[in-house]
Write a protein that binds this ligand. Structure first.
Ligand SMILES: [Fe+2]
Ligand SMILES: [Fe+2]
Length: 275
């Protein structure tokens, strides 16, 4: 398929008058099979930045949610207000009760809207936890099997369980895979499943093929130094022509990746487009 992915919401904006940054991620996907919006950011940036970038949110055929967190689903309200009825592809755990639990704070970080409100605004939820094709040449990974020992994620992320909390493995985390003339194009949301687990699963499902580009949130920012080092090392083993990082990668990890990938590395912030 032909696809152009443009970052609409991200933690950083450079030299783009009128655009705003927020902690979040949203990527507009223009394809020859129709337009999609992968994630919606926090909700402060998506409508404004789409206008600045000349991207028409009313043209989307569907919304894809990489997982339930507020910084990816908060823009669903404003997007539905513009678009009206639309398919929303997500994992069946979308409405689970996620919290960030630190020593002195407990914060709800799940979808910031009740499901009936989103349905009243036009959301038609299409839940699926399997690797599946949503357009010819475009797949969602669904739930990604955890195979590496070191991709343990972020210990602050919890699920409500009775009066307490248990670790949230964020099983709902998924990515987008497109087959293009240049190779595979893999678009990550937050990649809580781990970038190596995700790329290995894509390889298992699609066979070992050249990857033209991997872009999006890697969630390598908030993890241990051990996970960072091992993931960056393992990533070098994949045949990736371009690596563009966003959002939860963080500047420190981005600099590690820049050193490891050289000219193949780029920052993927608001306005960056990959075709
Ligand atoms: Fe997340
Ligand atoms: Fe995120």
């Amino acid at each position: 398929m032909k696809i152009k992915a443009t970052i609409v919401s991200d933690n950083c904006v450079y030299h783009l008058p009128g655009a705003v940054a927020e902690h979040g991620l949203s990527i507009f996907l223009e394809t020859d099979r129709g337009n999609y919006l992968l994630d919606t950011g926090q909700g402060k940036a998506v409508v404004n930045n789409a206008l600045v970038l000349g991207l028409d949110l009313t043209t989307i055929k569907g919304v894809i949610l990489s997982h339930n967190h507020w910084d990816h689903t908060g823009g669903l309200g404003p997007v539905l207000d513009l678009k009206g009825a639309v398919d929303v592809h997500a994992h069946p755990d979308l409405f689970k009760e996620s919290y960030s639990v630190a020593e002195n704070s407990v914060r709800y970080i799940g979808v910031p809207y009740p499901r009936p409100l989103l349905e009243a605004k036009g959301a038609r939820f299409r839940f699926n936890d399997q690797f599946h094709e949503i357009e010819p040449g475009m797949w969602l990974t669904g739930e990604v099997p955890r195979r590496t020992a070191y991709e343990v994620g972020d210990s602050k992320q919890k699920l409500k369980s009775g009066d307490g909390f248990v670790k949230d493995d964020i099983r709902d985390d998924q990515s987008v895979v497109c087959e293009t003339a240049k190779g595979l194009f893999i678009i990550l949301g937050c990649c809580h499943a781990g970038i190596i687990n995700t790329l290995s699963y894509v390889e298992e499902k699609m066979g070992r093929r050249p990857i033209y580009a991997v872009i999006g949130g890697t969630h390598l920012g908030p993890v241990s130094d051990e996970q960072k080092t091992k993931s960056v090392e393992a990533l070098k083993g994949f045949d990736i022509e371009r690596l563009g990082v966003s959002h939860c990668t963080g500047q420190k990890t981005a600099s590690l990746l820049a050193a490891a990938f050289g000219q193949r590395f780029f920052f993927c912030n608001v306005g960056t487009a990959v075709e």
